[in-house]
Design a protein around this ligand. Sequence first.
Ligand code: NDP
Ligand code: 2IT
Length: 447
Amino acid sequence: MSKFVDDFMANLKAKNPAEETFHQAVHEVVESIEVVFERNPKYAKGKILERIVEPERTILFRVPWVDDQGEIHVQKGFRIEFNSAIGPYKGGLRLHPTVNLGILKFLGFEQILKNALTTLPMGGGKGGSDFDPKGKSDNEVMRFCHSFMCELFRHIGPDTDVPAGDIGVGAREIGFLFGMYKKLRNEFTGVFTGKGRNWGGSLIRPEATGYGVTYFAEEMLKAAGDTLKGKTCLVSGSGNVAQYCVEKCLDLGAKPITISDSSGFIVDEDGIDRDKLAFVMDLKNVKRGRIKEYVKKYPNAKYTEGVGVWKIKADAAFPCATQNEISAEDAQALVSNGCKVVSEGANMPTVPEGVNIFIKNKMLYGPSKAANAGGVATSGLEMSQNSLRLSWTREEVDEKLHNIMKAIFKQCHDTAEEYGTPGNYVNGANIAGFVKVADSMLDQGVV
Ligand code: NDP
Ligand code: 2IT
């Protein structure tokens, strides 16, 4: 490790102890941008790195709620308003028992650079709670969301901070959150994205992250003279991102063969076709069931408890579950099994050693902040439609999303070349995102 990276990380860890995933996210970026600092002393002089890793504002609050038995529970509520250099704070809310400050700071930090890559004017933010929606009734989820919003409403707004979904937050939760916001503020604005179609949501927003991650894989393959058509694909997760990744793989003629949840994974060598995907969507989104049910309906498939998706032989890999789900051993297995492309739907799903293995082996590797940016980009399109008070067609939004994913790929590709590491889209994404935000921060002075 260089002295530049070493010194910066030592200081960051001393100031932000016990936030390992935040350290991990920052470390990767600092490694990539060292060369930018060598070429442009203005960033060091402007203390841009020191400033960009410090959230502009961190909101921590108590979220009490009452379950169906009348028992009171208390959760932690968070919103990190990380950086507003290029637009209002923008990023999702995560509801998962593992949520803590370090996790949300990693996600918020990634979001700053991701949003910069989308070509749209959005700053970075993230929030959530350690509330676990799994196994809760709709009424319990509603009471939690309403309580959460009773504090958050005073900090957000369509020109200030615009939350959206992430793990554990989908259409149901956004509805409850928006409903309470509207009641408390007495105004109907585009303060959330991922809203329902009848009340200001954009077509294609539900599909956008999964479609985008697949478009990004197609772009990487195209640049290498190949395509997704006919390729077998490993997909992890079975939530929003995974479902629409599977759908777009099918649209592009590929053959997805896996899907998973936090209990285990299924392998279906016959391929997960549209009927099977419809079954998964009903199982996960309506019945809120577990993925092991798949093998009861499709007995040719195999269910295995625990992890193991990445050890299966395939041509393409789409991690769409959670952070650090691809270990170094998994990354090596993907390389050894001849996998050609990895496009990340989840945020930071590959451990740093795994990323190094991909880079060393010249894997077509699309890091999350580029590959999964289609979700937030389409949130940006939802914000535009809300401001214009009109609604674009499915085709219009999908075409804009597709063009944005191409533009993100081009930035990663060209920037990686410009800085002497062609094909390294990690460097490309980190540098392109950083420079846009850093230059904006310099323009705005010390704020
Ligand atoms: P969902 O809540 O819809 O689905 C999450 C899926 O991942 C579920 O299958 C879940 O399984 C699994 N999962 C969650 N946590 C873990 C864990 N700790 N270990 C193993 N599996 C886990 O979330 P999304 O699909 O929206 O999000 C998936 C990923 O994509 C996240 O990393 C998120 O940050 C990222 N992302 C999401 C975007 C969006 O627009 N929604 C945009 C960009 C990135 P189980 O049901 O068992 O919990
Ligand atoms: O990680 C992400 O980019 C998201 N969860 C989507 C954020 C958004 O504001 O649409």
